[in-house]
Design a protein around this ligand. Structure first.
Ligand code: SF4
Length: 709
């Protein structure tokens, strides 16, 4: 009994936002529960968070460094010590740098990870411009659009710090109340805000939970968000629902916007989006007149070939209605005083994720083709490894990513990984990607980490306390610090340990890491309408509706709409053969991208990859609920189970992503059976960011054991 204790910490089974209580019996974690006293999550806990102990003690975890012994991809490994692994790594990376140059090494990581500033810092300190990942289609398009428009990312003010909650909440391309968290926001918090709001608008091709009771559910054709947003701007300007005081005083470019959006009428948008013109007008009126209003936007906007421009439109919607930095609207958080938050824009002395200089871009494997792609463009990256043009990359360190499952052109990714001379993967499990590595380093789970958690740089930092240790798993940041020491990169990584780094992060706040863990949270002191005294953090100091900076880069200075590259409109011939619109990338409550498929509790809840299909369409194709079906595109076909759902249009199907089967034989674990990313080829990318159009493509669907459609 005396061995039982509870430690306050914060979960990181997804992007991390929930404060939790970790229940221990001796040294063993027995349970994780929500922390009812948490201001960020108020006791919320999702199934992924509850499954944390299952991840920690999973028998298949990699718990010691492994070195490949057989041929690449043969699943033949030997256990080595950390010393041996790091020595070998330092020796190989050092000699590649000396022989060929630093650009022959690349670093990549998966979705927003707590170590982003470490991986980028390591890459740039090493001297390579070749850093890649998923930033071109996740979060960064919205963040970059914000930098050019408002100077900072606006976030929904759902906590009532200013004495007001949003009267109108717009949920746009974000199923956060199902998926549990997104961009540093907790699904439970959004749920509460929706219940408090007078009016709710949902923009989604699928009838997600909040759409059931929303005042307006705009069921648009996938990928046409940009057209809808422009028509809403057109309505608000046309009906003079504009906040003129705000616009005149604090924005630049309104007049040119008014001229620019004249053709984008709701009638025009109806032909593009399939949402009725009157419904568009009604939603625009609701948003513009129910104050304060906020827009909870999501990743669906990023995964399109019009992501940056659409994000600009949504920022302008906020601007012309004055829903910026006012209580209950979309606001700019004031971060905690004195805490060195780990991001470039909070902490300029730290070289973190940043735009590559022209000189560096020139040496990058994609040649810097997309002006607003914050990483080396992944399809170009993998292709260059296969082709050897402009040069053949030699080594790679993949931290917390499973690109075979999570990137398009997956077969090319596989080819590339087989061609590399030396690959290191840091992960929890021997994933299909890790199976192609030379060295696999065991990563620590959040229960094995200390951290100052910064929630996508918003209004607080949360404490995470190490409570367990399984095998020799180590925090990736500690490994990066060690590797930096071995490679002579101490200037960039002056800390002797990760703990020393955490003390440095908290130095200005006047609190040690241990004291911080006692407190659990440090919050900033929120102030609203900061633009009145300090303007906006843009070149002109105004909110830039028209952006000259973008114009100078060859990017449209006012938002435009682009049709998805493979749609019934842009590719009518292809649509004859592939008559269904394929949308994918919607998050699944039980899994964090390709993670979690090993965990019994999660797989019980979600055992198979699913494709949602309208019952009318299913019937016409001879498909019943639960049938195994092929989803086929010109690129490939994969198998999923049909889930009949009348909340989706008859010519749209929604397929889950990042599926593999840890229970199937290694090394492949059946990854080619159901990974939706196999279905995407070389349709056009967003010319600004290079994003693939994952939310809108074309496919056909037919039963595995029956006739072909
Ligand atoms: S939403 Fe994310 S942070 Fe919160 S409990 Fe679930 S996995 Fe953990």
């Amino acid at each position: 009994m005396v061995n039982k204790r509870v430690v306050r910490s914060s979960c990181r089974m997804c992007h991390g936002v929930c404060q939790v209580l970790v229940h221990l019996d001796g040294d063993r974690v027995v349970k994780v529960t929500g922390d009812p006293d948490s201001p960020t999550s108020r006791g919320y806990l999702c199934p992924k968070g509850a499954a944390s102990p299952e991840l920690l003690y999973h028998p298949d975890r990699v718990t010691h460094p492994l070195r490949r012994t057989g041929k690449r991809g043969e699943n033949s490994w030997e256990r080595v010590s950390w010393e041996e692994a790091l020595d070998e790594m330092a020796e190989r990376l050092g000699s590649i740098k000396r022989e060929s140059g630093p650009e022959y090494f690349a670093m990549m990581q998966g979705t927003g990870r707590p170590y982003t500033c470490f991986t980028t810092r390591f890459a740039y300190a090493f001297g390579t411009p070749n850093f890649t990942g998923v930033a071109h289609l996740c979060y960064f398009p919205r963040w970059l659009a914000s930098l050019y428009t408002t100077g900072q990312l606006p976030v929904c003010d759902l906590y009532g710090f200013g004495g007001q909650y949003p009267a109108c909440v717009v949920i746009w391309g974000c199923n956060i109340t199902h998926t549990c968290a997104s961009d540093g926001m907790c699904g439970g918090t959004v749920d509460r805000a929706l219940r408090k709001a007078d009016r709710v608008i949902v923009v989604d091709p699928r009838r997600i939970g909040p759409a059931e009771t929303a005042d307006h559910w705009l069921q648009l054709r996938p990928g046409t968000d940009g057209a809808l947003a422009l028509a809403m701007i057109n309505t608000i300007i046309g009906e003079d629902l504009v906040d003129h005081d705000f616009v005149e005083e604090y924005t630049a470019g309104y007049d040119s916007l008014a001229e620019h959006v004249r053709p984008f009428t709701p009638e025009w948008a109806e032909t593009v989006t399939r949402v009725g013109a009157d419904d568009i007008r009604a939603a625009a009126r609701t948003y513009a007149t129910t104050k304060p209003a906020c827009i909870q936007w999501g990743n669906a906007l990023d995964m399109s070939a019009c992501n940056f421009q659409t994000a600009r439109s949504l920022l302008i919607l906020r601007a012309i209605t004055g829903n910026i930095d006012r209580p209950g609207s979309d606001v700019f958080w004031v971060p905690p005083d004195g805490v060195r938050q780990r991001s470039l824009y909070m902490n300029l002395e730290v070289p973190g994720l940043q735009f590559l200089s022209d000189e560096k871009r020139g040496r990058a494997l994609d040649g810097g083709k997309y002006p607003l792609c914050p990483i080396v463009h992944p399809p170009a990256f993998w292709r260059s490894i296969v082709s050897g043009e402009p040069y053949r990359l030699r080594a790679m360190w993949i931290v917390g990513s499973n690109p075979l499952l999570t990137m398009t052109h997956s077969l090319e990714v596989e080819k590339a990984l087989r061609l590399l001379e030396f690959t290191v993967v840091s992960d929890f499990f021997l994933t299909p990607t890790a199976q192609l590595a030379d060295l696999v380093l065991p990563a620590a789970t959040w229960l094995e980490q200390d951290d100052v958690v910064n929630l996508h740089k918003i209004w607080c930092v949360l404490a995470r306390k190490k409570v367990a240790q399984v095998g020799e798993a180590r925090d990736d940041r500690e490994v990066i610090i060690e590797m930096a020491g071995r490679l002579g990169l101490r200037e960039a990584f002056p800390w002797k340990s990760f703990r020393e780094y955490l003390d440095w992060v908290l130095e200005g706040a006047g609190v040690s890491f241990d004291d911080f863990c006692e407190k659990g949270i440090i919050t900033g002191e929120m102030r609203y309408e900061k633009y009145r005294t300090q303007g906006f953090n843009t070149a002109s100091g105004k909110l830039e509706i028209h952006s000259s900076a973008l114009e100078d880069m060859g990017v449209s200075p006012l938002p435009v709409y682009r049709e998805p590259p493979l749609s019934p409109v842009s590719a009518p011939d292809a649509a004859l053969e592939y008559p269904l619109i394929l949308t994918t990338g919607a998050k699944i409550k039980w899994f964090f991208h390709s993670e979690g498929r090993q965990m019994r509790s999660l797989r019980r809840a979600s055992p198979d990859p699913l494709v949602e299909i309208n019952p009318v369409t299913a019937k016409s194709l001879g498909i019943s609920d639960g049938d195994r079906v092929w989803i086929e595109t010109p690129e490939a076909r994969v198998i999923m189970r049909a889930k009949l759902f009348d909340g989706i249009a008859q010519d749209v199907v929604s397929a889950q992503h990042a599926w593999w089967y840890p229970e199937k034989e290694p090394p492949s674990h059946g990854w080619r059976e159901s990974s939706v990313n196999l279905l995407f080829g070389d349709a056009a990318y967003d010319p600004d960011t290079g994003s693939e159009s994952l939310r809108s493509s074309l496919c056909r669907v037919y039963p595995v054991d029956g006739h072909s459609a």
